[in-house]
Ligand binder design. Structure first.
Ligand SMILES: C[S@@+](CC[C@H](N)C(=O)[O-])C[C@H]1O[C@@H](n2cnc3c(N)ncnc32)[C@H](O)[C@@H]1O
Length: 268
């Protein structure tokens, strides 16, 4: 099967509805990493859902985003935040090939690692991200484990916005090569009448914790912490969310990215 390019992993038709439904409470989680540095790298930044609040804290955010539709929504949102415009750089590329021509103390991927479809893509992406980190720089990313379940098209949320109601439906099926396709259907109703129906097919790769550990080791990272939720609760076997925090050891020693003697963000 032909692998779909990173620019088309399921957002082209539905990007304008993304923020309505992605209400993951992880902005505070990723912002903690930004609070200790002056600049940060957001890979798979999407609509800027996390990058914009971080830039509002005064931190410069370099964003990498391969989907043209997501970048359009991001750019459109930025017109409402002229005061942070010079703190955001948006690069049209993907995790394994982007070149920001500089290094950062922290890189994060929110909801992006799952879109890396096989170990080759995960490995080249981690190597490329490492290349963009200062020595002892930190990478943080979340992964949804156990994505292999097949499910029929079912309701997956309703959002009321003024006179309009948005309904989302999802279905998943496993594809050969440890990939999972998610069918996404969005319906918009105005005064109860269906006015728009859009459908897209998302693509994610299925992996597990042991393989991610091994890929991180192979690409010069050492795991520093693993969480099972965005409140920084320690990961336990059986958790469906795994958040990895790892330090890049691939280079020579250098300035500590998060300041002080301990590089980890505190649990307080
Ligand atoms: C679930 S969305 C998350 C967006 C944003 N990080 C957030 O949390 O709101 C995943 C994003 O990853 C992007 N993406 C998919 N494949 C990618 C790749 N290989 N490299 C970088 N980004 C990728 C998608 O275009 C999409 O914008």
């Amino acid at each position: 099967m032909m692998k779909r390019p990173a620019s088309d992993r399921g957002y082209e038709k539905v990007a304008h509805l993304y923020d309505l439904f992605d209400q993951k409470e992880n902005i505070a989680f990723f912002s903690q990493y930004a609070s200790c540095v002056e600049e940060i790298l957001d890979i798979g930044a999407g609509t800027g859902r996390i990058a914009i609040p971080i830039a509002e804290q005064g931190v410069a955010v370099t964003c990498v985003e391969p989907s043209p539709a997501m970048r359009r929504v991001f750019q459109q949102k930025l017109t409402q935040f002229p005061h942070i415009r010079d703190r955001i750089t948006l690069i049209a590329d993907d995790a394994h090939s982007f070149d920001a021509e500089r290094t950062f103390p922290v890189a994060f991927l929110s909801g992006t690692f799952d879109h890396l479809l096989d170990d080759d893509e995960r490995r080249t992406s981690l190597i490329n991200i490492g290349r963009h980190l200062i020595p002892h720089g930190v990478i943080v990313f979340d992964i949804f484990l156990g994505l292999m379940k097949d499910t029929p098209l079912s309701p997956a949320g309703i959002v009321q916005n003024g006179e309009r109601e948005f309904r989302r439906f999802t279905a998943s099926r496993s594809l050969p090569g440890e990939m999972q396709e998610t069918q996404l259907v969005f319906e918009t109703y105005h005064h109860g009448r269906l006015t728009e129906r859009v459908e897209d097919r998302g693509l994610v790769g299925v992996t597990d914790r042991a393989r991610v550990h091994s890929l991180l080791r192979e690409t010069g990272f050492v795991v520093k912490a693993e969480f099972g939720d965005y409140q920084r609760t320690e990961f336990h076997d059986g958790d469906s969310l795994l958040i990895m925090e790892a330090e890049w050891l691939g280079g020579a020693s250098g300035r500590h990215p998060l300041g002080g003697g301990s590089w980890s963000v505190s649990n307080d």
